[in-house]
Design a protein around this ligand. Structure first.
Ligand code: HEM
Length: 123
């Protein structure tokens, strides 16, 4: 499940950058297609992350569970921000505040995911 999660979010981040670049170039049609695929990948990210969170809930040990829950909320937050940045960029709105939130959530996720929580790349 960890590999599935890593694959899902890595793919999600790549598709996010591609869709964003296409919207910026005003290539709306291809951008919309990439955006639709990205929305399916969101589901994979949330399901794989949700299953990992479920493992922590079942294993119930503090403070790891608390950190896993914060990781899950921050991960979900990144997904919401990616979607809002894309929709905002498509409409030509300012998305600076969304980017700030995106990076704050990304820092939380990287610190918790890679340095605090026990399941890293090797599981
Ligand atoms: C784009 C969004 C996300 C990114 C970039 C992200 C990134 C990461 C990273 C870097 C790790 C550590 C490496 C690994 O074990 O896979 C991880 C693990 C994890 N993620 Fe996510 N994640 C995201 C979304 C989510 C969501 C939506 C949830 C919950 C619903 C979630 C829950 C978890 C859990 C429980 C772990 C296991 C922590 C561990 O033991 O290492 N993630 N994620």
């Amino acid at each position: 499940m960890t590999h599935m999660h890593i694959t899902a979010w890595a793919l999600g981040l790549i598709l996010f950058i591609v869709a964003l670049a296409l919207y910026k170039k005003n290539s709306n049609k291809p951008a919309t297609i990439v955006h639709m695929i990205l929305r399916l990948v969101y589901l994979l990210i949330i399901i794989s992350g949700g299953l990992l969170t479920w493992d922590y809930i079942q294993g119930y040990s503090m403070p790891t569970l608390g950190e896993a829950i914060v990781k899950a909320i921050a991960g979900f937050w990144i997904v919401v921000m990616m979607e809002m940045i894309l929709v905002g960029s498509k409409k030509g709105k300012a998305v600076t505040g969304k980017w700030v939130q995106f990076f704050i959530a990304l820092i939380i996720v990287i610190i918790l995911g890679f340095f605090r929580l026990p399941m890293g790349f090797y599981f």
